[in-house]
Design a protein around this ligand. Structure first.
Ligand code: HEC
Length: 153
């Protein structure tokens, strides 16, 4: 009985993962048009609270290395090499914010120092274990975009 149950749970977990996988847009398939990514990368609404954590996390978004966000000002050092993200949602639509986070090189210009967080175009001499990987997962991008969409002044 215990074994059967474990097997069923395992199968159900695999099926769930398979579905999530299938619904996700692969990095190479993301279409940036008019500086916008119109469709969600996952079809699952972003979670703004998770997005704030991802944004501040040094090994994930690390956005605060360059940007300031007043609402997160107690958390850690904030960078000043890039514009403050306060009011970002007044300046950009959600579709535009998604494009900026996915691939700033395409959204802004090749010269931007902002990394592409859901792009395989990270440059030459990439460590072997990082080839084919993105900095953020598709859902982490959706979470960050959902958080940015709350930054109104
Ligand atoms: C290495 C520095 C750097 C990092 C890290 C970085 N950015 Fe940026 N970002 C920039 C710069 C610089 C600009 C301004 C555009 C330009 O000059 O290329 C910018 C522009 C933006 C803009 C548009 C600015 C506005 O509000 O008008 C948004 C939104 C943004 N970044 C979000 C993010 C998010 C979210 C992250 C983390 C997932 C992030 N950035 C990480 C450097 C960075």
């Amino acid at each position: 009985m215990g074994r059967t149950l474990t097997a069923i749970v395992a199968i159900a977990a695999c099926a769930g993962a398979g579905l999530a996988q299938a619904a996700e847009v692969a990095p190479a398939d993301v279409r940036i048009e008019d500086m916008a990514v119109k469709e969600s990368l996952t079809g699952v609404p972003g979670n703004p609270e998770e997005g704030a954590k991802t944004l501040a996390n040094r090994s994930l978004g690390n956005c605060l290395a360059c940007h300031a966000v007043t609402a997160l000002s107690q958390e850690q050092f904030h960078g000043d090499v890039a514009p403050s993200l306060d009011g970002a949602a007044d300046r950009w639509s959600e579709e535009e914010l998604r494009a900026i986070v996915v691939d700033a090189k395409q959204a802004f210009s090749d010269e931007t120092m902002m990394p592409g967080f859901y792009s395989l175009n990270v440059g030459i001499n990439v460590r072997k274990d990082l080839v084919g990987k993105t900095i953020l997962t598709a859902q982490q991008v959706e979470d960050v975009v959902a958080y940015l969409a709350t930054l109104k002044e």
